[in-house]
Structure formats: C-alpha cells, structure tokens
Design a protein around this ligand. Structure first.
Ligand code: ADE
Ligand code: ZN
Length: 332
C-alpha cells in the first residue's frame, strides 16, 4: 500500500556495508574487523547504548557525496516498500562538530531527494534535528549556520538522549524556528515520561510527537492527543530493539489506534533495528492479531494526514490508498 514515512533518521539508514565502503573511500579505519563484527555490536539495552554506536557509525560521513550515497540507498529501499513520501531527519551537529561543513550535509541530502523524485517518483522533505544532549546555545548556533540553506528544509526536530533533557531546555530556539515559519516536531515519550510529551506540546508547540508511546501512562494526555489530533510517529522495531517494550506483542499500537490517535508506523533507524518500514508493519501485525486490514489502511491514511505537504497532495495520496484497498477487496 502507498504510505508516507515521517520518522527516519537518515544517519540511521547507514547499512554496515555502506559504513565500510565509506570508511575505505575516506581512508578511515574502523574498530571492527568486518561487517559481521560491526553487526554483532548491534545489541542494545537502551537508547544511549544505541546512540553511542550510531554516532560512531556516522563518523564515516565526510563529503557531500557520502551524504548523497547514504540517502540514495535509503530512497531505493523506500521505493521497494511503496513509500511515496518521506520526511528525513538529519543531525547536522553530529557532522559539523567533526569539521564537516553544513553545506556538504544539506546539499548532499538535497541532491538525493531530487534524484528520488526524478527517478523513483518519491516526494520528500528534510527536517533538521537538534541534539538534545547538547546545549540550547549550540542548537541556536546550528540554526544560524543552516539559515542560508533554509529553502532546503521544512522543519526542525529534537532527538538524541531524552532522559534528563526535557523539551523546555529548547524553548527559545524552537520559538525562533516557529517565527521563521519552520514546522516543529520533537521526540518525546520514547524513554522519557509523558510529561515530556505535554511540555513538547505546550512549550515547544510541536505539530507532531516522535514516538510518544509512553502517553498511555496518562489517560488524560491520550484524550488530549486524540482531541487535538496530534500525530504520533511510532517506530515498533525501534521500541523493541531499545527495550522500550519487551516484545512486539506487548506494543501499545492497537491501544493508540483504538483511542482514535493519529498514529503512524515508521522505521526510525532501519539499518540498526533490523528492518525498514514494511518490516515494521509486517512484524508488528504478525505479533498483534488485533491489527488487520482496517488498521493498516488507517495507519497509511494517518501518515498522509500527518505529512508536511499541501492539503491537495494529501487528498491525492489518500485517494490512491483507497483505490488500492478497493481493488484488494474486489479481488478477495
Ligand atoms: N536519534 C536516532 N534515533 C533516535 C531515537 N530513536 N531516539 C532519539 N534520538 C535518536
Ligand atoms: Zn527517532
């Protein structure tokens, strides 16, 4: 079925083979003997244990072409999964702090977006994320650095280590982003408490919550998210691999949908979590028998509703989705 992917960290799509190829191209030596040894290190106990490896992997990205190759790899996989629209997160501070010019990051990604549109028919947008373990001053400086390339990204997000770094820490930089007309989103309620979801909404005034799965610990918050139709970009395989849930059968995705939330399914960091968007759908639906065709349709529809594109484009994709389901019903 056609779908939009709204929660993918492009650095999280760097496959081990690509990490080794880029290391070789850039004359870098990795602390792993080979692809298998690197993959063997992908056993995470929480968000931080993943982030440590994820930032190390991103260290092979130096040149504009590296960012292009990474994103083009992703787009080809997304096309195979019938993704018609993707909103890509990128973490400039991970690169600029190593001396990589921000232009190399954004222009490399932008060229991959252009090629994805031309050759695969995939529409896309870029969302610049601030690293929440760093200071608000550093986020503000990154925003200023990126502003000459403002036309290449549609919004900002907030990611990295959640616990101990509440949304309030970034109140001023998000206010500035809103003034600039940027869309605003934030990771909240992944490992952090439901109160972080509330402050992302009230203080940062975000339009979507990334993850947000811990909202079900606060029934009043669930009601608010449903009433205000705040989208949640849920990533089931990520939640499993980072031990947010003990197994997929315990995931609260069915509860979120039953409560009328605008939940979506996404891959987060597919190269690290064992699957792209369709793997997330397939494994989650297999583990949760309450999920069927109706919920698949709803999740895809929600992904279009929650995307940052004009209303007419959303309607066109929703019509495409309905046609696919009508055809499947006829065939059954
Ligand atoms: N950066 C990449 N993936 C992330 C996640 N799941 N949570 C927070 N920051 C991230
Ligand atoms: Zn994420």
């Amino acid at each position: 079925m056609p779908k939009a992917e709204l929660h993918i960290h492009i650095e999280g799509s760097l496959e081990p083979q690509r990490i080794f190829a880029l290391a070789q191209r850039n004359g870098l030596t990795l602390p792993y003997a080979d692809v298998e040894a690197l993959r063997a290190a992908y056993a995470f106990e929480d968000l931080q244990s993943f982030l440590d490896i994820y930032y190390a992997g991103a260290g092979v990205l130096l040149k504009e072409a590296d960012f292009f190759d990474m994103a083009w790899d992703y787009f080809q996989r997304a096309a195979a999964d019938h993704v018609v629209h993707a909103e890509l997160f990128f973490d400039p501070q991970t690169h600029t702090d190593r001396g990589v010019p921000i232009e190399a990051v954004i222009i490399g990604l932008h060229h991959a977006c252009q090629r994805a549109h031309a050759e695969l028919g995939i529409s896309s947008r870029l969302i610049l994320c601030f690293l929440r373990h760093l200071s608000e001053e550093a986020a503000m400086a990154t925003l200023e650095q990126a502003l000459p390339l403002r036309h290449h990204f549609v919004g900002v997000g907030l990611d990295s280590s959640e616990r101990g770094h509440p949304p309030e820490k970034f109140a001023r930089v998000f206010a500035r982003c809103r003034e600039l007309g940027l869309h605003v989103v934030a990771h909240a309620g992944e490992e952090g408490p439901p109160a972080y979801i509330t402050s992302a909404l009230d203080v940062l005034k975000v339009e979507r919550i990334d993850h947000g799965v811990r909202c079900t610990e606060d029934p009043a918050l669930v009601q608010r998210l449903a009433r205000e139709r705040v989208p949640l970009t849920v990533c089931p395989l990520s939640n499993l691999k980072l031990c947010v849930v003990p197994d997929l059968a315990a995931h609260n995705l069915p509860q979120l949908l039953d409560a009328g939330l605008c939940a979506t399914v996404n891959s987060d960091d597919p190269a690290y979590f064992g699957g792209y968007i369709n793997d997330n759908f397939l494994q989650t639906f297999e583990a949760l028998p309450q999920l069927g065709a109706r919920q698949a349709w709803q999740l895809a529809r929600n992904s279009f509703e929650a995307s940052f594109v004009p209303a007419a484009q959303k309607q066109a994709w929703m019509a495409q989705l309905d046609a696919v389901f009508a055809q499947a019903a006829d065939a059954a």
